[in-house]
Design a protein around this ligand. Structure first.
Ligand SMILES: [Zn+2]
Length: 219
């Protein structure tokens, strides 16, 4: 509990740094279920879905050029009706957060903002508040789409770049996932056949060489 609450405190009292927020959020999404179980806090499944939902709407909106006419314009997009239903779900998760905005300190490029978690409440509620605030900040900064779930190991990670280039958390997961596809299996079989052929060839050459040497010694 100390580890969790200290992290939350640090997150609440420091001005927002997208990279640190991304780090915090992915750790929270990955460790939250086990940590919640250990501490008897439970785990709110609506949080990972919240992140998935926001990124899904972003993708639908970006596919045909971002709309500039508000939500009504989005409905006419392919998958737009689905997007507006997902937006409603996003709205309802956010409405459950008890947060108030705070202007922390002025800076040359504008004030540093901060969220304050409402009181009094349970640890669960304040974790939920911080998570929603983090997701909100990242979404507004255009940084939430870098928070992704690896389709192979299901771990959340921070992608280096926006755009779809990095789908997997690691090279390991990328190649493991590739090996399970049919073309991946085929190319792996091909690779193994070639590998075995070379090995046999090398072994044959080796014995030939040994025979020659033995024959030489015999002279
Ligand atoms: Zn992975």
């Amino acid at each position: 509990m100390r580890r969790l609450t200290e992290k939350i405190k640090a997150r609440m009292t420091s001005p927002d740094d997208p990279r640190r927020t991304q780090q915090w959020l992915t750790e929270y999404l990955n460790d939250g279920p086990t940590l919640g179980q250990k501490l008897g806090l439970g785990w709110d499944e609506s949080l990972p879905r919240f992140v998935r939902d926001i990124n899904e709407v972003d993708e639908i909106a970006s596919q045909n050029g971002y709309p500039d006419g508000g939500r009504m314009q989005l409905i006419d997009y392919p998958n737009g009706k689905h997007a507006s239903r997902v937006l409603e779900r996003i709205d309802s998760v956010m409405s459950r957060a008890a947060l108030s905005p705070r202007l922390l300190i002025p800076a040359s490029d504008g004030w540093r903002p901060q969220w304050r978690s409402g009181t009094p409440q349970s640890v669960e509620q304040s974790v939920f508040n911080v998570a929603v605030a983090s997701v909100f900040d990242l979404a507004v900064a255009g940084e939430l789409s870098k928070i992704r779930e690896c389709p192979h190991c299901r771990k959340w990670f921070v992608a280096a770049k926006k755009g779809k280039s990095q789908r997997f958390c690691s090279e390991n997961c990328r190649s493991s996932a590739w090996r399970t596809t049919s073309s991946g299996r085929e190319s792996r079989r091909e690779y193994m056949r070639e590998y075995m052929r070379r090995r046999r060839y090398r072994a044959q050459r080796h014995t030939k060489f040994e025979r020659k040497q033995l024959a030489g010694k015999g002279k």
